[in-house]
Ligand binder design. Structure first.
Ligand SMILES: Cc1cc2nc3c(=O)[nH]c(=O)nc-3n(C[C@H](O)[C@H](O)[C@H](O)COP(=O)(O)O)c2cc1C
Ligand SMILES: [Fe+2]
Ligand SMILES: [Fe+2]
Length: 423
């Protein structure tokens, strides 16, 4: 464990704690995190002490949290309140142990959160006893807890960002918003030279752009299905002065909190009628290259119109990254052959995710090669119906594309690019 990892002071009564998870392959068990992810918690310390959000027992995260707490003279048993904004296991996986170590700390959460506390803390074998008696204080929008000396926690329910029980906590004196998953991102925040790094103002512009890219991938993977609720949640704070955005993953934004708030407003708009980026995301998969030859003509056409194009091959590009890129693009090209009378299976998986995450508002072109009698088109047409995309007339050919096919494909690419430009 890194001994230099200290709690970071936001104000003299609010501290950020974090654990960088570096070696886990996936988040939520299937989203790759090659750059890791941070788990952030916060201490608000006045006459009484509150811990905002907890960790999952992941790598040595709870140990890191405890050692950072001791760097500011706080022990687990000093905690009066454990505020749980969200009960997903990345923030509550350590809860059962926490309750054993700290039975007097009051858990503060929403009504739905309280139900989940019991469900996620129940005894799973005879050697364990349930911790049903630990006090849980249910809060709702408008409720607050006074920690003394003007330090007050205010609670706002923000349901379905991205679980039903979620809330955000705002500390009145420091004007820090503890937003849990909202405004979060993938990516470890500490560096080798500065393992305690956590603030936006400790990053270069290039590093901030990296975190925004990871925030968008995180959003597209995890939050996108709930964009309407994200907008409602952000609206609830429209008249609140927010000096610091303190999420449960990623950077703490104290220099420019508006930057990540505006990013999230833009992300939430991408699938709820807001403006998409005037670029084209090409997603393609091919068994023997016949589809790729036709696709090259489409790409040529797009480039001739001067529209930015981002080309992703599947399945070698993991779906998590495909979602991150495709989510923001106004234009989309899906190129795949027919496979057993249906779509090439890796593309079916991508379209399934697009549907689950409600990737709407796109202009799309689907192309592909077939060998016997086709079939991909039929499955594709059914799969995209709920998305209500505007489709350029799709194009298929048998085997290799001939010169005439290529001319048509290039023109379809140009047409899509023109529509994206003029959208
Ligand atoms: C396992 C397998 C299943 C296939 N199933 C179909 C099919 O159901 N209908 C069809 O028209 N062609 C089918 N084909 C033929 C391919 O669609 C055809 O070879 C196409 O040109 C492959 O394009 P690609 O080189 O881009 O992978 C199949 C080919 C393979 C290898
Ligand atoms: Fe979550
Ligand atoms: Fe989370």
């Amino acid at each position: 464990m890194n001994k230099n990892l200290n709690a970071k002071e936001i104000t003299s009564w609010v501290y950020a704690l974090h654990a960088d998870i570096k070696d886990a392959p996936y988040f939520e068990g299937f989203w790759p995190i090659p750059h890791g992810v941070s788990l952030n918690s916060y201490i608000v310390k006045s006459d009484k002490v509150a811990l905002i959000d907890l960790y999952r027992d992941w790598e040595d995260a709870p140990e890191k949290m405890k050692s950072q707490m001791s760097s500011i003279g706080i022990d687990l048993c000093d905690i009066h309140y454990l505020v749980l904004n969200h009960l997903e296991s990345d923030h509550s996986g350590f809860l059962k142990d926490f309750r054993k170590m700290c039975p007097n700390a009051k858990i503060v959460t929403t009504k739905k959160g309280a139900e989940l506390v019991e469900k996620f803390c129940k005894a799973v074998n005879d050697n364990e006893k349930d911790f049903q008696n630990t006090a849980v204080q249910v809060v709702k929008t408008g409720d607050s807890i006074d920690l003394g000396q003007g330090v007050v926690l205010h609670f706002t329910e923000t349901p379905n960002v991205h679980w039903p029980e979620t809330m955000m906590t705002y500390e009145e004196k420091s004007k820090v918003l503890f937003s849990c998953d909202a405004f979060g991102s993938y990516g470890c925040v500490g560096t080798k030279e500065n393992p305690s790094r956590i603030f936006d103002d400790e990053c270069t512009e290039e590093e901030l752009i990296f975190f925004e890219k990871e925030a968008l991938r995180y959003y597209a993977n995890i939050v996108a299905s709930f964009s309407h609720f994200v907008k409602q949640a952000i609206d609830k704070f429209s008249s609140t002065q927010i000096k610091v955005v303190a999420p449960s993953h990623g950077l703490v934004w104290r220099k420019n909190p508006k930057r990540i708030i505006n990013d999230y407003i833009r992300y939430a708009g991408y699938n709820t009628g807001g403006e998409l980026e005037k670029e084209i995301c090409v997603i393609w998969g091919s068994m023997y290259g016949n589809t790729k030859i036709g696709l090259d003509a489409v790409i040529e056409g797009i480039k001739e119109e001067g529209v930015n194009v981002n080309i992703l091959e599947i399945p070698s590009t993991n779906a998590s990254f495909v979602l991150g890129e495709a989510y923001k693009a106004k234009g989309i090209v899906l190129a795949m052959p027919t496979y057993e009378y249906k779509m090439y299976p890796p593309m079916a998986y991508i379209l399934n995710l697009f549907n689950r995450k409600h990737f709407s508002g796109k202009k799309a072109l689907r192309i592909g090669s077939w060998g016997w009698i086709g079939g991909a088109k039929r499955e594709y047409d059914e799969a995209v119906l709920p998305l209500k995309w505007e489709e350029i007339e799709s194009y298929e050919w048998q085997g290799l594309p001939c010169a005439e096919d290529k001319t048509t494909l290039k023109e379809r690419g140009r047409e899509l690019a023109r529509q994206v430009k003029n959208s």
